[in-house]
Design a protein around this ligand. Structure first.
Ligand code: AHR
Length: 614
């Protein structure tokens, strides 16, 4: 029975409570939300990004061509270009199965070229069945680098198309681009419409970006050092703005190349377009996500702190300010209204992180006292790192701390009350990343149950976002994910529907309620827990033991009867896919009630329901 207290005053829920976290993982940016259809458009793919790459990845040459890195380059940041010999052609295979085009839609082609005046470039969009539009001819009008454009209207739909550029004479080519005209909200250098619309349909209160491990892994140095070109660097916002052909490129920690075509300007613009608060994350000079190194370089730290201040000016400064002017020149004279900035992500070295965090916070609060500087709590909630980080945050009276966790659906069911006991006088919580391990209905259900606990504690939990947001089905590094796609289609997970339900129905205030008689699945979570401990406990019933495939190994409900059960296995237990699993195949599990009491080499899966009221 549920008892509601309509007169009671529960927590107030902010409109910004639920948001999204966008990280360029699973090709969420290039080949995903960023609408560019050409892969490796500036021939910068390298073995530094991925051992399988070459500067000609996704390209095939007919005739002869070389990728060149010399003083004839387009600019200092766009190092490589293609030298195409006379009468030769180069073809791009796009992402997934190819370039996708929809019948009747327009596609804008552009290329930077340097060739003898009068050289003719022929551009075709085609698949095995022929062309998708009449070929386009471009005549080179000057001898130096210049940009050339043309537009195709697709005469039919194809997801396996190729884009070919042929040249009558020797030509240098760079930034070969094909963009759908129909981007989200028609923005130039914009976003893929179906994917952006799926995010917009959630009505997010905020967009956390650009990572994740993407932010605090790799070198913290910047691109302007020639020696850093094409080196794995942490994500730094200044690398990602300005004309796309002048932006840096980088190796993505998730094992591929990132063009930065989708950069900070585009993130801010997207947040604005969907009515969400932008929430950028900057690196704190402590690497995380397994790298665990504190960079000890005061000059570099100073530069990063200045970068954070400059970022706030880029977002909010008047169009006459140094960085506001850059924003205005990119097309947005009005400010983006930044109110929060996060420093760091999941650092494993809490003391070193906090030392740097405090310096960021002091500098930001001095210049921008109204900006909330969000801190971190480490990688997860299991262990001293997390506790130390929280203690440091509490002691320093930090305003908001980011927590992340990825756990079983069971864990989410069992931890609905996680925030009931959080200190009301301490930092507020930003639950920046969470997901139960799976995209099945039961995962969505467990997350929904957990979210009722977030909402009940909306006085402490101020922001929450599921993670990760996107996955291209052919380039997956992390699952589960909220929205799935390939080069022509996208689809929602069960988890997405749960997020949508909560995000599009954010209340104003929690109405207190209590429930009785609700069953809850509880029991040991991890660690060396003897099966008998709880199988024989009077607190549990409906104990079922199965093999990994679900085949019943014992049909009895032998709860509470210790004489029927002995467990002598030495292995430890864990939760997998919502069940307690004994995976140590060497362990011996003996069940006295079974005909053959000795089992070897079994993974035991055990389900138990806690008795009502226990
Ligand atoms: O969301 C995927 C990854 O999980 C993020 O990059 C990181 O912050 C966390 O470990």
């Amino acid at each position: 029975a549920v008892t509601v207290d309509p007169a009671g005053k529960g927590a107030r829920i902010d409109d910004t409570m639920y948001g999204v976290f966008f990280e360029d993982i699973n090709r969420a940016a290039d080949g995903g939300l960023y609408a560019e259809l050409v892969q490796n458009r500036s021939f910068e793919y390298s073995t530094v990004d991925n051992r399988a790459y070459t500067p000609l990845t996704a390209w095939t040459v007919t005739g002869s061509a070389n990728v060149v890195n010399d003083a004839g380059r387009l600019n200092e940041r766009n190092r490589n270009y293609l030298a195409l010999d006379a009468g030769s052609a180069v073809t791009n295979s796009g992402y997934n199965t190819g370039v996708h085009a929809d019948q009747g839609k327009k596609y804008d082609f552009s290329v930077w070229a340097r060739a003898e005046k009068g050289t003719e470039l022929t551009v075709t969009l085609h698949d095995a069945d022929g062309t998708l539009a009449p070929a386009r001819r471009i005549t080179v009008r000057e001898n130096g680098w210049a940009q050339y454009r043309t537009t195709f209207t697709a005469t039919r739909t194809s997801s396996v198309a190729r884009l070919t550029v042929a040249s009558s004479k020797a030509a240098a080519l760079d930034m070969v681009s094909l963009f759908p005209r129909d981007t989200y909200k028609g923005q130039p250098n914009g976003l893929r419409k179906d994917l952006a619309e799926k995010v917009a349909a959630l009505k997010p209160g905020f967009v956390r970006f650009p990572g994740g491990c993407l932010v605090n892994t790799g070198s913290m140095e910047d691109y302007s050092e020639a020696s850093n070109w094409q080196r794995a660097r942490s994500y730094q916002w200044k690398d990602t703005i300005g004309p796309v052909e002048q932006r840096a490129v980088n190796s993505n920690v998730w094992g591929y190349h990132q063009s930065y075509g989708l950069g900070y300007y585009e993130y801010f613009r997207f947040a604005e377009d969907i009515g969400a608060m932008p929430l950028p994350v900057v690196p704190a000079l402590v690497t995380g996500c397994g790298q665990n190194k504190a960079v000890d370089d005061p000059a570099l730290l100073k530069r990063h702190i200045q970068d954070a201040l400059d970022l706030i000016e880029f977002a909010n400064g008047p169009a006459t300010s140094t960085w506001g002017k850059v924003r205005a020149k990119m097309g947005h004279p009005k400010p983006f209204h930044l109110t929060h900035i996060e420093v760091g992500n999941e650092e494993n070295l809490p003391v070193e992180f906090f030392d740097r965090f405090k310096q960021f916070r002091a500098a930001i609060e001095e210049k921008y006292p109204n900006i909330t500087v969000v801190s971190n709590s480490g990688p997860d909630d299991s262990g001293s790192t997390f506790d130390t980080a929280w203690q440091l945050n509490r002691d320093a009276k930090v305003g908001m701390v980011d927590e992340h966790y990825y756990n079983s659906p069971q864990w989410f069911l069992q931890n609905n009350d996680r925030y009931d006991t959080y200190d009301r006088t301490g930092p507020k919580v930003f639950l920046g990343e969470y997901a139960s391990q799976g995209n099945a209905f039961k995962n969505g259900l467990a997350e929904a149950a957990f979210m009722t606990g977030l909402e009940r504690n909306a006085d402490v939990v101020k922001l929450a976002s599921y993670a990760p947001l996107f996955a291209n089905e052919d380039y997956v590094q992390w699952r589960p994910d909220l929205i799935w796609f390939n080069n022509h289609a996208s689809w929602n997970s069960a988890n997405y529907e749960v997020q949508k339900l909560f995000m599009t129905n954010v209340g104003d205030r929690v109405v207190p309620s209590t429930a009785t008689g609700t069953p809850s699945l509880q029991g040991p979570i991890t660690g060396a827990v003897g099966l008998s401990t709880w199988a024989t406990s009077a607190a549990y019933d409906d104990v079922r033991v199965t093999g990994a495939d679900g085949t019943p190994l014992l049909s009895d409900d032998f709860s509470g009867d210790a004489s029927k059960w002995t467990h002598t296995g030495a292995g430890s237990w864990s939760v997998q896919d919502g069940q307690y699993v004994q995976s140590d195949t060497a362990a011996e599990n003996t069940m006295a009630s079974a005909g053959d009491p000795s089992w070897h080499d079994y993974d035991l899966h055990v389900k138990a329901t806690k008795k009502a009221g226990k």
